[in-house]
Ligand binder design. Structure first.
Ligand code: GTQ
Length: 325
């Protein structure tokens, strides 16, 4: 008969276990590994009212050239020291001052930017300059050269999302600096369509159209997924990105999904409940919903929420699951 994990640890078994562990072996029946969905990471919310002054202090204390990227990492409170917001994702808030540039480099992690606050910044990705305004979503595919600049007259803040923990998991973290501080620009996308930039004006219009045509989903309201216009698939092999509209007074059902997600509030205010614990949010706040964490949304006003997660990877691996509680 196979031994289950609650098999009695008899003195004979305990002796045996000790002998086994003298070699690089372990008895599987004693496993303490969790065999259930979920992860060690916990819910957390970062108020812009708290992070913005710290970003400004960072800007006063360290130059963009010295920092390379002036980023405050959204570090999961249960994963301190890991630079992880979930076990598979990195998130950070980056600030760039007028006239600054962030030098060009490339790396194996994929990166996304979601513009939070301020006008006049751009990202250059593989020779194309992509202007960035609040609510815009910009894709930096892995191993693409990228640098940033701010041609405006005020600070610009955006949310960075990277799949760095994937590259570390696989032992495939490579990076290099471009020989020039800013890569040569072949063209400026301006407002022209590119598969790498999703302007907020178009996303918001698409959301409004969706809201006119269909009833909101009981748990997540009206949700659009960003797709690669060439393949129709996710914008990255690992990360999926979404924009969601919760109508005023929305009182959503509880839901959980295996993809831990990072949210950035674009417009409106409301509350996200983790199990039954309320976390109020305002525009520009960020929060993390851990994998398989029960959560529900309540909207005080019309809310627009950006989010990204590792759902692309989970779907292609056949892991992704969702449940309405
Ligand atoms: O802007 O290229 O938050 O390379 C982390 C790594 C931002 C970036 C981050 C990066 C960048």
């Amino acid at each position: 008969m196979p031994l289950s994990s609650d098999a009695k640890l008899t003195p004979a078994l305990a002796d045996f276990s000790r002998d086994v562990r003298l070699q690089p072996l372990a008895p599987l029946w004693e496993r303490t590994m969790r065999m259930m969905p979920g992860s060690p990471c916990v819910p957390a919310l970062w108020r812009y009212a708290d992070t913005r002054p710290l970003l400004e202090r960072a800007a006063a204390l360290i130059s963009k050239r010295d920092a390379e990227r002036r980023v405050l990492v959204l570090e999961n409170p249960a994963l301190r020291g890991s630079y992880q917001v979930t076990p598979s994702l990195f998130a950070g808030l980056q600030i760039i001052l007028p006239g600054e540039i962030a030098p060009s480099h490339r790396h194996t992690p994929n990166a996304l930017r979601f513009i939070v606050d301020g006008e006049g910044a751009y990202t250059a990705v593989d020779g194309t300059r992509l202007p960035m305004s609040p609510g815009d979503f910009v894709v930096t595919p892995n191993w693409a050269w990228h640098d940033h600049g701010n041609l405006g007259d005020g600070p610009v803040v955006w949310l960075d999302g990277l799949d760095t923990p994937f590259t570390q998991f696989f032992g495939a973290m490579f990076r290099e600096n471009h020989p020039q501080e800013s890569q040569p620009i072949a063209h400026d996308s301006g407002d022209a369509p590119t598969p790498l930039r999703f302007p907020y004006t178009r996303t918001r219009a698409a959301l409004a159209e969706l809201a006119r045509r269909a009833a909101p989903h009981p748990a997540h309201g009206h949700t659009l997924r960003y797709t690669n216009p060439v393949t129709g698939g996710n914008v990255f092999p690992t990360m999926a990105a979404f924009m969601q509209w919760l109508p005023r007074s929305f009182d959503g059902r509880s839901r959980r999904a295996t993809d831990g997600a990072i949210y950035c509030v674009v417009e409106g205010s409301g509350t996200v409940y983790f199990d039954d614990a309320p976390h109020a949010f305002e525009a520009h706040d960020c929060f993390v919903i851990p994998p398989w964490q029960a959560h529900r949304f309540a909207a005080r006003s019309d809310c627009v929420l950006f989010s990204f997660s590792d759902r692309a990877a989970q779907e292609s691996l056949g892991f992704w699951r969702e449940s309405l509680d």
